[in-house]
Ligand binder design. Sequence first.
Ligand code: FUL
Length: 623
Amino acid sequence: MKHTSITAALLGLLLMSCQSSKTQYYEKHLVFPEGATLEEKVDMASRLVPSRQQLQWQELELTAFLHFGINTFTNKEWGDGTEDPQLFNPTELDAEQWARTLKEAGFKMVILTAKHHDGFCLWPTATTRHSVASSPWKAGKGDVVKELKEACDKYGLKFGVYLSPWDRNAECYGDSPRYNQFFIQQLTELLTNYGEIHEVWFDGACGEGPNGKKQVYDWDAFYTTIQQLQPHAVMAIMGDDVRWVGNERGFGRETEWSATALVPGIYQRADSVNQALGLNNKSEDLGSRDLLARAHELFWYPSEVDVSIRPGWFYHPTEDNQVKSLAHLVDIYFESVGYNSGLLLNIPPDTRGLIHENDARRLHELGQYIERTFATDYSKNGNRPVTGKEGDSFEIDIQDNVPVNTLMLQEEIEKGQRIEAFTVEASINGAWTPVAEGTTVGYKRLIRFDDLIADKLRITVDRSRADFSIKRAGIYYAQPVTDSTDTEGASLFSPKSCQIGNHNAPEAIDGNSSTAAYAEGLVPILIDLGEVKTVKGFCYTPVAEGRTEGTIFRYRLSRSNDGKSWERIVDRAEFSNIKNNPIPQYVTWDKPAEARYLKLEPLEEMNGQAKTSVAEFGVMLPE
Ligand code: FUL
């Protein structure tokens, strides 16, 4: 008997190895043969797999983003490169506090903005004087990159760098070959002087150079530099390892394919191929069968959800009370990590050079929440691989009499992402009751449902691109979170009337940012406060979703007491990053000013269109 079963096992092994030697996998990229049928394409897509680096990256799940730099000291989201490096002077910079706080909250990697769009470098680069070396911090002898890398090593965190290709300070920006060399030198410094770097994050923003010259980046050369200097690093966003999810709000797609037809932006063919397929980073569908039918190639290009714990990416003292609520962050977790994406959560260190107490507290709460929720798996037999065919079901037993409300499924993505649709039922008092349904699974899918007590769950894989392979399933109980609302920004005075162009715009002052006023052309927004008041600033809220056309990017603002003679307060100012992060834009000026009327004149719409829109306009008065 024993003998027979050993022989059978050996035979089985032999068979398996023959089968697996027949299975062809495609690492990271595949091209469909000319004339391939949809069936053949689906079959090939099911065998597209991540590279080793991508797999390790997906397993990290939680990465912290640290936006820190000259903007921290100028209180801006985007600097224009003219800042005085003397302003950079953190009084208590403690990279160990950053690393410790993040490690304790469960993060596995940290990415630092080594250089943002302002060009100010957080390490003493040889390429420019616009760096910490010209600052009073540590008498110009400091190196934030080095301090953070050492702290990460100490706390067992991986380390990555954000290096903005767009550089508003570099004199050679826009002189393409020269700037590309300059950029490669910066990259080389970062990738040679600080030990292992696990992620290089290139933002897609590309503005004009000082002479209005457009920079053409040499992505191939940047790519080769990374491959040579840090072959284990992933290249994110403007890279082909990690994809931007398409928004900065922190929520991924419910149907999220890591195997996607979207061509990464660094490839020259990206624009033409993506356009022909009608795709961009924001597209809802990046990998369905419909898309496979039209696509010629596929990429393993998993998504990363980047979002800030505060409204802005950099530290602003006025946002100290606007740290996202625990409930909001928990939702973000479930709809990023739980939707087959990595979460890149930004926590901006403050002017002291510390993670602010409010953010640290919230991170601690989030870390505890995640740890507690997933510490106990109430399934009796979930932690074992399950394979099957389309239409197959499998059951997971649940421990007696415990309420549960969360199911975790993980596909064995080393074999590809295959599941397209599944349903979940619960056996309650002996009867099967539908509980949830979903589409993709991928590296990780968390499915939330109402609390229930059941003997078991039954998962049916209704649609799969090939035989499915679940690496792990788990059943949990996630406590409800009570602090459900985020704190609002500064309180605003509501103007008496608002005009956009020459028509009334009551939608802009109704206190409801889901209604908006629109006008054709770049037309002024005229605000009447009803009487002369002392005004400290204003808040322009753009349309965040849906009809976003007309969002103002560059503007001019003037004030008047009589509506006839105007005085300009700011000219050619910008609502930085409003396109990707359409949050309310609070603008305060140095000295409060008297005004009955304010005039906001758009100079440039965010996509260069001749349209104007406003969801809300509020006025800030001194307390
Ligand atoms: C954007 C940038 O413009 C923001 O300032 C921020 O760095 C965000 C992560 O990426 O595109």
